[in-house]
Design a protein around this ligand. Structure first.
Ligand code: HEM
Length: 422
């Protein structure tokens, strides 16, 4: 899947074909990428907790900005359901619509509902729950050391491409039990399928990923190992191979982008904010604080599509029609002044944010804990190995990726004394 930047100015007028949503706002534009928090404030002032918005190509949707409204939507999954085939806009969606990779229905846990969702999600949770977090951290330390060794001699690096994007993917495929010998090919194809550059074929890469995961299932069926794949195969819920393949790919993809951006956004915060400078030279105490603060202020999955109304209803004073798309404004809800009048919720270890969403489809237990183990280890090892690491550009020159879905940096250029090579 790729990040797609919806073109057009922020707060632009709705197109003529959208009479039902007066004042609808096109999500996108440079201002949105750099300072989305301000846009959310403007939207909240203009529209209240639920704003009419336009997705790519002027397709209407609702953006939930309010913390309480977001809880309501995610808790009431029978009213706001996950299967995107419910959408009342499909006739207006072209075959090459850039958001299709996020919204197009797939027979995976992501779009399953009710009992079927509980069955699929339960298997994932049970399989992830047996991941030994000490083992995971130890493996992440090894991977982090190896990645740092790859650039430490240069004295400079792009911490996004060289580090933050690679570590979670390597950790996720290790948890799934892929043999070391296949790791490089798998990383290449997964990266292509998630984030293809111009001229590359994400569909062909995705098919190769499917084949590799099926081959992994075949080998684990013969010789089970202490890994997520073997546990999913042995689970009493009895998932079919195709279901396991789909859900394993969902787990790996769901782990990669948000955890990578969690690492990147945390390193950025620690490199630009004086409160963490002392820690950079003295110890590692505040990596956890920085990780938590990022979940409140610059959460990786800033908006998530979505939920679809199963019948006409009301939400935040808006009339929602059956089949309307509701986008979860996770970053906006985290900064909702109704629940954060002082604006400082993230600094005291409070974890009541909705960065992992909420309700039936939230990031499944114990994935947030595993993500924290991966991200925490990544940040700590880097600062430990490169204690004099500094940004190579001014903080305001750091550019955010052109995505309204993921909040993450394009590049994070740093330099350090290459004498610290391990
Ligand atoms: C080890 C790392 C991770 C794994 C294995 C993982 C796994 C998953 C899976 C399988 C889902 C689909 C749940 C479902 O539809 O029932 C999911 C959803 C989600 N995850 Fe994670 N995830 C990881 C890290 C993260 C991180 C770091 C964040 C953000 C800070 C995050 C935020 C979310 C969100 C917002 C959803 C959507 C929930 C919804 O539909 O309401 N995840 N994750």
């Amino acid at each position: 899947m790729t990040d797609h930047a919806p073109a057009g100015p922020v707060l632009s007028a709705p197109p003529a074909h959208c009479p039902a949503r007066p004042g609808a706002v096109a999500l996108g534009g440079l201002e949105f990428q750099q300072t989305p928090a301000q846009l959310y404030l403007q939207l909240r002032r203009a529209h209240g907790p639920v704003a009419p918005v336009l997705l790519d190509g002027g397709v209407p949707a609702w953006l939930v900005l309010g913390y309480r409204e977001l809880h309501y939507v995610t808790t009431n999954d029978e009213l706001f359901a996950r299967d995107s085939r419910r959408w009342n806009q499909w006739e207006a969606i072209p075959a090459d619509w850039p958001l299709l990779p996020y919204v197009g229905y797939q027979p995976s846990v992501l779009f399953a509902e009710g009992a079927e969702h509980r069955r699929r999600s339960g298997v994932i949770s049970d399989a992830l729950a047996e991941v030994d977090q000490f083992e995971l951290k130890r493996h992440c330390e090894e991977v982090a050391d190896r990645l740092i060794n790859g650039f430490a001699g240069r004295g400079r690096a792009d911490l996004m491409a060289d580090y933050a994007h690679r570590l979670p993917l390597l950790a996720a495929i290790w948890m799934c039990g892929l043999p070391e010998s296949q790791t490089a090919d798998m990383v290449r194809d997964l990266t292509l399928s998630l984030d293809a550059a111009e001229g590359e074929d994400p569909v062909a890469a995705y098919l190769r990923v499917q084949q590799r995961v099926q081959a992994l299932l075949d080998s684990r069926r013969v010789v089970p190992g202490p890994d997520v794949t073997s546990r999913m195969l042995a689970h009493p819920a009895g998932l079919a191979d195709m279901e396991i393949v789909q859900d394993l790919i969902s787990v790996i993809a769901a782990a990669q982008q948000p955890t990578a951006n969690w690492i990147g956004n945390t390193l950025r915060l620690m490199l630009i904010d004086d409160r963490f400078a002392v820690t950079l030279s003295g110890g590692r105490g505040s990596a956890g604080q920085a990780l938590n603060e990022v979940l409140w202020e610059d959460t990786p999955t800033q908006n998530f599509i979505g939920r679809w109304a199963t019948r006409d209803t009301q939400l935040g004073g808006r009339q929602i029609r059956q089949g309307d798309c509701v986008v979860l404004g996770l970053a906006a809800a985290n900064t909702d002044p109704e629940v954060r009048p002082d604006g400082h919720a993230g600094t005291g270890g409070n974890s009541a944010h909705v960065s992992f969403s909420h309700g039936e489809h939230r990031c499944p237990y114990p994935a947030p804990e595993l993500a924290e183990a991966i991200a925490g280890t990544a940040v700590e090892v880097l600062l430990d190995r490169l204690p004099d690491v500094e940004l190579s550009v001014r903080p305001e020159e750091l550019a955010w990726r052109p995505s309204i879905w993921m909040r993450g940096l394009d590049v994070l250029p740093v330099h350090f004394t290459s004498a610290y090579v391990g």
